[in-house]
Design a binder for this molecule. Structure first.
Ligand SMILES: *Cc1c(COP(=O)(O)O)cnc(C)c1O
Length: 394
């Protein structure tokens, strides 16, 4: 099988599995317990916190362990909301193509009286610092813009956006779940106040993540209870998960440049191959793009059928659409970059890993070509397009 859905989740690395099994077997004490076994668990957390902080150039005290990216996103937004409310600032800025952990939380805050501006992301799926500067008002309490998009891989100018926010005194949060350990992120240089990360996107375990919150920002809790995580996230810590996250992050990050080189060259090779398919288009920006992300629209076909047939050929990919949830709505990300419904339905996201070989890339290209041709051979939409009853968009 060729696993090409690394944006959905990744296989755990050996470093992560080793750390996880070791700590499940050996470090079972409660980190809040005073005896040696408990303190050993606390030491594991301290070490993990320091390791995680180092990768993004933060202080260990600025890291809160969470159950993943979604929780970190929720906590960041509710933190900003509470601070905003206190100051009478009830306006937030984001983009139309954020992850649902952001968009749904913003929708909830709107019901509580917040005013949300979603910035247009343009055809390439990139917002500019100028757009952010123009959207900031006197009552803006937060700008939240993802570091890189999970469907189309476009990388946002977060350093410039962060600088604008700093200058105007507005909190800046970034959902860096797709970016951490894949492209460089530095919370100091990038002017970031809050950042979300998830272990399972860089070969760590599912159910582990962290939120970075710059020193001095008053954090709001999602979970009340014990005094874990400096009282900001109650619940006995997931020691094996956290240790495995730190091991995965350290390991993946130490190979980041090498991996990015391999992946981006294979990415561009596959993009070139798939571009030969008539009436197709690459989604997202060709250059400002995550090393492993490939996303195409093919006119006249259904993304879902494409996925099932690719699965038959041993390729695990994603359509980036919401079809799997039973809804017929196409991906909000593809709509945000201006793809019309018909076209957005025929999408394919391949997110390759660093272990991809040239043979696998060739197999992906030939399989996608074959399946697209096959699906078009009996697609009524394709027939209408070919007979001139409908106009091609791509
Ligand atoms: C995967 C993902 C999330 C959610 O992370 P979980 O750990 O699965 O909750 C949030 N944002 C982005 C951009 C993601 O890709």
């Amino acid at each position: 099988m060729i696993y090409a859905d690394n944006a959905a989740t990744t296989k755990m690395s050996k470093a992560a599995v080793d750390a996880m099994t070791f700590h499940m077997n050996e470090t079972y004490g409660n980190p809040s317990s005073l005896y040696t076994l408990g303190q050993r668990s606390k030491d594991v957390l301290d070490e993990a916190r320091a390791a995680v902080a180092k990768v993004i150039n933060a202080e260990p005290g600025e890291i809160i362990f969470t159950s993943g990216g979604s929780e970190a996103d929720n906590q960041a937004l509710l933190t900003a909301a509470a601070i905003g409310k206190e100051k009478g600032k009830m306006h937030m800025i984001s983009t139309a193509f954020e992850h649902h952990a952001i968009l749904h939380t913003l929708a909830k805050l709107e019901k509580e009286g917040f005013d949300v501006t979603l910035l247009d992301v343009g055809e390439k799926g990139i917002v500019t610092a100028e757009q952010v500067a123009e959207a900031i008002r006197d009552d803006t309490c937060l700008v939240t813009i993802m570091t890189a998009n999970n469907e189309i891989g476009s990388i946002q100018p977060i350093r410039e956006i962060g600088a604008v926010c700093r200058e105007k005194g507005v909190l800046f949060h970034t959902d860096a779940v797709q970016a951490i350990a894949h492209i460089p992120v530095d919370v100091v240089a990038d002017n970031i106040d809050m950042l979300s990360s998830s272990a399972h996107k860089y070969h760590g375990p599912k159910g582990s993540g962290f939120l970075y919150v710059k020193k001095g920002i008053k954090i709001s809790n999602l979970i009340e209870g014990g005094a874990q995580e400096r009282g900001k996230r109650a619940g006995t810590e997931n020691v094996p998960g956290i240790a495995a996250m730190a091991a995965a992050l350290t390991d993946t990050y130490s190979n980041m440049e090498k991996n990015a080189e391999v992946m981006s060259s294979m990415r561009d090779y596959i993009i070139a191959g798939l571009s030969e398919i008539p009436h197709s288009a690459l989604n997202g920006d060709a250059e400002r793009r995550l090393p492993g992300n490939i996303n195409f629209c093919f006119e006249g076909i259904e993304g879902e059928s494409l996925l099932l047939l690719l699965d038959d050929k041993g390729i695990a990919a994603s359509s980036g659409s919401a079809c799997t949830s039973g809804s017929l709505d196409p991906s909000h990300v593809l709509l945000a970059i201006g793809r019309v419904h018909d076209v957005a339905h025929g999408s394919l996201r391949l997110s390759i890993g660093e272990d991809i070989t040239k043979d696998q890339a060739d197999y992906i290209i030939s399989s996608v070509k074959e399946v697209v041709e096959y699906l078009r051979s009996f697609s009524p939409i394709w027939r209408d397009l070919m007979e001139g009853k409908k106009e091609f968009i791509l």
